[in-house]
Design a protein around this ligand. Structure first.
Ligand code: SF4
Length: 325
């Protein structure tokens, strides 16, 4: 893991994304609040893990930051400018700094193109090298860097295994020398042994290039392995944020405590009490008033049903949004 510097490299402020559902109640369209006033900072060269159950808004947060989908409101400050406000031309000029690695590399690789051409394309688009020869040299470097072979240059995506395709996905993101890579569940489709190879590769690349990762995953063991800090999301909101060690040793939010209690313990002599959550998960189309977790929270109080808890600083690097604190 890279040393975390204190300078915010990317500052996300009150980011929200609503989707129209095409459903109406009376004359009013129903919206899903996929991301609801999310704020956090990324520091240069760190890995920030974003976790939560499926549908909590973590992938939508990552895609909104990169403007792969348009956020409804909020700011993303990068190099003194708000990404959300940039026009197409301005966005294109910083696009190479902000790259993405997808969960399913196969569907993100053009099946009709050879790997050499797939890796060369972003360099052509962003005019990074002048000649085909320079680009080919860089592609060969990238193949070597991500543990693939020179002759893979001429192959098609279907000729590779899942782990190899994810290496290609990483190489493609690296081809334009990015400053931030949003990694959206990059290892969740892979076998456990391949997962650790890819995570180690990502760590090595970060050590060499000081690239920053926003690492989105539902698997807490994976996020723990790679992250310097972790943000926990529940139904579109950030409910807790802490340094990785602090989050695992002293989880504060009842939802985080329940998530951590579900991680299997390798040592049979060490027992961890599993917290079983009861109650319905609310529909994102119809969020309850107050704390969205109150329908499942074993500690819910009256105030939790009416007032949304704001996120508070609880120590040097720990924040939580809960009325218990
Ligand atoms: Fe539970 Fe209330 Fe805290 Fe929400 S605010 S997590 S309902 S105690």
């Amino acid at each position: 893991m890279a040393d975390v510097m204190r300078h915010p490299f990317l500052k996300v402020e009150n980011l929200s994304k609503e989707f129209s559902t095409h459903k109406k109640i009376g004359r009013v369209h129903k919206f899903v609040k996929a991301v609801n006033n999310v704020s956090f900072e990324l520091h240069e060269g760190e890995t920030y893990g974003l976790v939560g159950e499926s549908g909590c808004g973590k992938s939508t947060t990552g895609r909104s930051i990169l403007r792969l989908i348009e956020p409804t409101s909020g700011k993303c400050q990068y190099k003194g400018q708000d990404i959300v406000q940039l026009n197409k031309k301005q966005m294109f000029s910083i696009r190479k700094d902000l790259q993405m690695v997808f969960q399913d590399p196969y569907s993100s690789l053009n099946p009709k193109k050879r790997i050499g051409s797939i890796l060369e394309e972003p360099m052509k688009i962003h005019k990074i090298y002048k000649t085909h020869g320079e680009r080919t040299e860089k592609v060969m470097d990238l193949l070597n860097r991500v543990g693939l072979q020179m002759d893979h240059f001429y192959r098609f995506p279907h000729e590779f295994s899942g782990g190899q395709r994810q290496r290609i996905g990483i190489a493609r993101a690296l081809s334009v020398n990015p400053k931030l890579i949003v990694c959206d569940e990059p290892v969740s489709a892979l076998d456990v042994s391949i997962q650790s190879q890819i995570l180690n590769l990502m760590e090595d690349i970060q050590e060499e290039t000081n690239v920053t990762y926003l690492f989105i995953a539902h698997d807490l063991s994976v996020v723990r392995h790679i992250s310097d800090r972790i943000g926990v999301m529940y139904l579109g909101r950030l409910v807790e944020e802490a340094k990785t060690d602090s989050l695992f040793s002293e989880p504060m939010h009842p939802y985080t405590q329940a998530l951590l209690s579900a991680i299997p313990v390798a040592n049979p002599n060490r027992k961890r009490e599993r917290i079983h959550l009861t109650g319905e998960i609310p529909s994102p189309m119809n969020l309850p008033n107050g704390c969205a977790f109150h329908t499942r929270c074993p500690f819910a109080k009256e105030i939790c049903k009416v007032q949304v808890p704001t996120i508070k600083k609880m120590g040097e690097d720990h924040k939580v949004a809960c009325h218990l604190y």
